[in-house]
Design a protein around this ligand. Structure first.
Ligand code: GLN
Length: 303
């Protein structure tokens, strides 16, 4: 199979396959994006990168950042994190408050907002400088030293983040926050505002397809932690659509409301796709169609 032909075909197909869906509009920085953009990048474990469409245009990674903070938190403090956050699919929207109250302040998983806020708090407490650690990881693994935050998106996240503020205060009221509400929120908004392209994301996530081995051949994470992160991506990475995504695509993946999805084929490659129109669960409609096509044509689903 010729991988370049495949990604070219998918780029041509995906836009047309997903004309519906609406761009995230809770902040101007996201609503201004051209809804018909589409990019795909496949980074093979052997080093080749295949791209098509808008694969080099940076976009807001939003919740895909939760994947990288989880990797850093597990690397820094190992399994102690799991006393503060569970590992079960939520079946509720990513920003839901309801479950947190009925489950005594322990979020269902690290990829819903409540869980990601706990991960960021845990990392601030155990590692200190989260922003520098995260930037270092993303820049080193992607090879792109320009990766940074979009200041306009960051400012808007802070202005409009009432629900995230409510979640963080609630975590504090339930005794599941170690740092200050303000610092955790600021760090979380900052990580959501990072801008990366499909190429950057596919390369940055490469260690998840290589059993924890980083771009330079050193260990980013222990193999057992990578196995676990991939499992949590499979069960929780697409929020309450994780079941349907597993059915259609069959890969561990993490989405963000900027329209990006990073998917992992352990032992083989990572795939990053970007299409700003979102479905009702807040996942990229074109991105899901593209990944469905990718695993159907390659047979590279994990199932
Ligand atoms: N900044 C968004 C939020 O916190 C990120 C959500 C997402 O990408 N699903 O609500």
């Amino acid at each position: 199979m010729d991988m370049q032909t495949l990604v070219d075909d998918i780029a041509a197909y995906a836009g047309a396959a997903a004309p519906a869906g609406t761009v995230a509009d809770y902040i101007p920085g996201l609503s201004r994006v051209d809804p018909d953009r589409f990019g795909i990048a496949v980074a093979m474990n052997s080093g080749e990168v295949y791209t098509a469409g808008d694969a080099d245009i940076p976009f807001s990674i939003q919740s895909i950042s939760k994947l990288f903070t989880l990797a850093l938190a597990l690397d820094e403090d190992g399994d102690r994190l799991w006393t503060r956050v569970h590992r079960e699919p939520s079946g509720t929207p990513f920003n839901s408050l309801v479950q947190l109250e009925t489950e005594a302040g322990i979020p269902r998983n690290p990829f819903i907002n409540a869980g990601a806020l706990v991960v960021t708090d845990h990392l601030l407490d155990t590692a200190g400088d989260v922003r520098m650690r995260l930037l270092n990881l993303l820049r080193t693994e992607s090879g792109n030293s320009e990766i940074s935050v979009d200041p306009a998106v960051f400012a808007s996240e802070r202005e409009t983040g009432h629900r995230n503020a409510a979640l963080t205060h609630f975590l504090a009221s339930m005794g599941n926050l170690r740092g200050s509400v303000l610092e955790v929120l600021e760090t979380y908004f900052w990580q959501c505002s990072l801008e990366m392209s499909c190429r950057d994301l596919a390369l940055a996530g490469g260690f998840l397809a290589r059993g924890g081995v980083g771009a330079d051949g050193g260990a980013v994470l222990a193999p057992r932690q990578v196995k676990r992160i991939n499992a949590i991506m499979l069960t929780c990475g697409m929020y309450d659509a994780a079941g349907d995504f597993a059915y259609r695509v069959g890969l561990p993946a993490k989405s963000g409301v900027g329209g990006g999805i990073l998917a992992v084929i352990p032992g083989r490659c990572t795939i990053a796709v970007w299409g700003p129109r979102l479905d009702r669960s807040g996942n990229s409609a074109a991105g899901i169609a593209a990944l469905d096509e990718f695993t159907s044509r390659t047979g590279w689903s994990i199932f």
